[in-house]
Design a protein. Sequence first.
Length: 276
Amino acid sequence: MAGIVVVFDFDKTIIDCDSDNWVVDDLGATDLFNELLPTMPWNSLMDRMMEELHSQGRTIEEIADSLKRAPLHPQIITAIKSAYSLGCDLRIVSDANLFFIETILKHHGLMDYFSEINTNPGFVDEEGKLRIFPYHDFKTASHGCDLCPPNMCKGLIIERIQSSVLKDGKKRFIYLGDGKGDYCPSLKLGDGDYVMPRKNLPLWELISSNPLLIKAEVHEWSYGEELGRVLIHLINKTQIEESTTSAAQLISADCKFQTMPLSSHDALPRTLPVPH
Ligand SMILES: [Mg+2]
Ligand SMILES: [Zn+2]
């Protein structure tokens, strides 16, 4: 297993549109959406829109059919499959919802490539109505991050993933995204990690406005082919670096072993500096 965790945003990263807007526009509810948007948080509005569509007689199948038509570049499908076969651990962190994401991933045969989907809960209730809830229940308590919308701080999710994978040794992260909500997790990445902002969109603009705040190496992309090319290049490059590093560690551990007192023997491999 490669020591690389690839974290994808979903809307405008895996698919080439915003799934919320796509469904609302496709099912003819754009005017109501725009009218209500100033009055409630986006995530709550999506639940309200699903209720509206249901009361207009729109079925869950119509919503699913609409999602299946959402544009997804074939090169992104190839990139996801290649990253997986190179041994990367793929995850999604998205402010869409579970029903939308699962419907689209299943339609393209991509469900099994991801070890985790972090998103807002979404499920069909007993009346056949899609309900969408916040990932973070902001009515009970705030998540405390000013950069993020009340229902989801992607930075907190990244921190949770970072600490959960730590037990298997040092992992390197590649984070791909486009939106404002992807900035907070990008700030949590460290040396040796990569962030791939989609060019000319809000994440890219935020990073460009103060590049010194980002510790990860920045690699921009614009379209599906480019996402695939950059991602696979970074995975290959990291894997070469990692194998060179572990070879160097082995050699250096071997040399040190001969001169070290036995008492510090068990601390050896973990305390060696990692050359960059
Ligand atoms: Mg996005
Ligand atoms: Zn945040």
